[in-house]
Design a protein around this ligand. Structure first.
Ligand code: SF4
Length: 431
């Protein structure tokens, strides 16, 4: 049944993609040609991937290795070498934001600081620095290191304050640890503290979800990102669920929980900033994914360039050897047509829940009329409403976009990452 559903999802996403983007765009990642270099770039963002974790959560799809003291020094050297490679290739670009994810970046905070110092030497960093952290990692020393590294936005992976649910998803801490960590971050003077919370977990009730939202807000989180459990078939949770037939909540339960989050946030002065994210007050918006262009440092990091999407090798050893040898760690490259880049932009604006209609021509070129037709369908179906020059998703529009993104992510990320995690230099992957 699962296989049949996966095949149908795959077919559907391919059909929609082909209809939207057309036949010109090949959806194939290949090794870059010898001597490949990105073009010079004036402004971009930067993603730093720190792949170390003490303990692997079974649902986690990200590139990571078990924390080992011996791996840290070579990782820092390799990351610095990769920063140099990008700086030589694209020039001393303005970096408008830095996002540090993982893995658990705060496990190697002094290394992160060293890499950031080097990034600031090679680029003109003008934007804010955001870092992810784990409740078990947060203490006074880490907070001080984050300030010394000029981090201004912190995202804490709380997931839930319910002990049973934490146990279900394999997070090894008591709710009190998540509470204390969130409290400490909030009082430590960052511009914003985001709490990640999961919903639609097996056995989770709407009441317990609301209790989580209330707890996060009462402890002072000014941003809350809620996301459902992704069951990538290659993660331990994917296998566990297939083998043991653990049932995920049905779509109607998921929708009810999504609406409950939405309504609770609206009633408590949180404004919606994305299909999954809500923000309170005037803090700068935290977001891990919506930047239009970025370069990626670290194993498995992606870079969205003006005409390409590229992915580094996922293997830590291969990545270290490539970068410290003065070579690129890019293992896979998919050239993008300008229209495909435009659809990509529209995809993330849908994620933002707000589409600036007056920019469609400038980013989608000859596909702008097709995009307008699709947006009119959203409007007619009550999934979006027009507000001046913007089209804004309604509550139900947000839910359906969230679901669509869930299936797109599952479909593409699963195909791409399954191969890329199994082979250091895969040669070619068609998605
Ligand atoms: S969810 Fe975070 S802490 Fe858990 S394995 Fe993944 S990266 Fe590591």
């Amino acid at each position: 049944m699962n296989n049949l559903r996966n095949k149908l999802t795959d077919k559907m996403t391919r059909l929609i993609r082909r209809h939207l983007v057309g036949k010109d765009q090949e959806w194939t990642f290949e090794s870059p040609p010898p001597g490949w270099k990105p073009p010079r770039i004036k402004r971009t963002s930067l993603y730093l991937h720190v792949p170390f974790c003490y303990h692997f959560c079974p649902y986690c799809p990200y590139t990571k290795v078990p924390y080992d003291e011996k791996l840290i020094e070579p990782y820092i050297k390799a990351a610095i070498a990769e920063v140099d490679w990008w700086a030589e290739a694209i020039g001393p670009a303005e970096i408008t934001s830095i996002y540090i994810g993982g893995g658990t970046p705060t496990l190697v905070m002094s290394g992160v600081t060293e890499i950031l110092t080097h990034i600031c030497k090679r680029f003109n960093v003008t934007g804010n620095i955001c870092i992810e952290t784990n409740p078990v990692d947060v203490n006074d020393k880490i907070v001080q290191s984050m300030h010394e590294a000029n981090v201004s936005l912190v995202s804490l992976g709380v997931q839930s304050f319910d002990a049973d649910l934490l146990n279900t998803i394999g997070r090894r801490y008591e709710p009190i640890i998540a509470e204390q960590s969130l409290k400490l971050l909030v009082k430590s003077g960052f511009s914003s503290v985001n709490a990640d919370l999961m919903f639609a977990l097996p056995g989770q009730t709407t009441a317990s979800l609301i209790a989580d939202l209330q707890r996060a807000a009462s402890l002072g989180a000014d941003q809350i990102t809620t996301y459902p459990l992704f069951t990538f078939p290659y993660t331990a949770v994917g296998k566990f669920m297939q083998l043991n037939s653990v049932k995920m909540p049905k779509i109607r339960v998921r929708r009810a929980q999504y609406y409950a989050i939405y309504d609770w946030c609206m009633e408590h002065d949180f404004e919606r900033v994305s299909v999954w994210g809500f923000k309170h007050g005037r803090s700068p918006r935290y977001s891990s994914v919506t930047r239009d262009g970025y370069i990626g440092i670290g194993p498995g990091a992606g870079s969205h360039l003006p005409q390409d999407f590229v992915l580094n090798t996922f293997d830590l050893v291969s990545w270290t050897q490539a970068t410290t040898g003065g070579n690129t760690a890019v293992a896979l490259r998919m050239p993008l047509t300008k229209e495909t880049s435009g659809w990509w932009w529209l995809y993330w604006r849908l994620y933002d829940t707000r589409i600036p209609l007056n920019q469609l021509d400038a980013v989608l070129y000859r596909d702008a009329p097709k995009a307008r037709r699709w947006l009119r369908v959203l409007e007619r179906r009550g999934l979006a409403v027009r507000q001046d020059n913007f089209l804004e998703l309604t509550e139900s529009g947000s839910f359906w976009v969230h679901l669509l993104q869930n299936y797109f992510a599952l479909n593409y990320v699963n195909t791409l990452w399954t191969t890329a995690q199994g082979e250091s230099w895969p040669g070619m992957i068609s998605i």
